[in-house]
Design a protein around this ligand. Sequence first.
Ligand code: PGA
Length: 243
Amino acid sequence: MAEVKIVRSAAEAGVIVAERIAAQIVDNPALVLGVATGSTPETTYRSLAELVRERSLDMRGVRAFALDEYVGLSPEHAQSYAAVVDREVTRPLGLQPGNVHVPDGMAADDASSQMYEQAIENAGGIDLQLLGIGSNGHIGFNEPGSAFDSRTRVTALIESTRCDNARFFDSIDQVPTHAVTQGIGTILEAKSVVLLAFGAPKAAAIAAALEGPVTEDLPASILQRHPHALVVVDQAAASELTR
Ligand code: PGA
């Protein structure tokens, strides 16, 4: 069962999770972080960047692997996850660019997906995977129906996900239709996972993920079976929890 923390704000969640990551970096300066994009992890990255500065954490050995990337966006596109990770993670945290990996949205085939899996394995696996959750319960871009043993692959985005993400683009037509994502099986191999969710639009997905049946129809529900899962939610996202 996942440990659940209900906090007052996304800012408070960011501080809690950043402290946890910072402590792990002190213990293991070669920590392998799994990084999510989207709005949800922004406060965590900001708080962690502050801790890195305040405590002069040595980030030179820290590695990072992104969860996913849009197909067809080059790293130069401002909304590619390569660009987002560079802006929000690599630079503010002072990571070595060569230690930061994002799936190749321009290659996006079986061979490059397998290479990504291999790179994670070569790094010794992900120590701490940060996750957001889609309003439909997706993690990464594993949409409902994704197999629990799925690996990194190209997958189609469903319409509601494209609508949710249209705010990052000028119009929905510009939101890619496909993405490369770590699979659920890949995510489950992370030694620990931290799922964050804020706001009422996430409440139904959080309740289903934590208190509903474990089903491929609600990908995040598999985290009930992860041995080291922490879920940090604000009161709005927790509002449909009953236990
Ligand atoms: P968000 O996306 O952080 O932008 O809400 C989360 C997700 O879709 O996984």
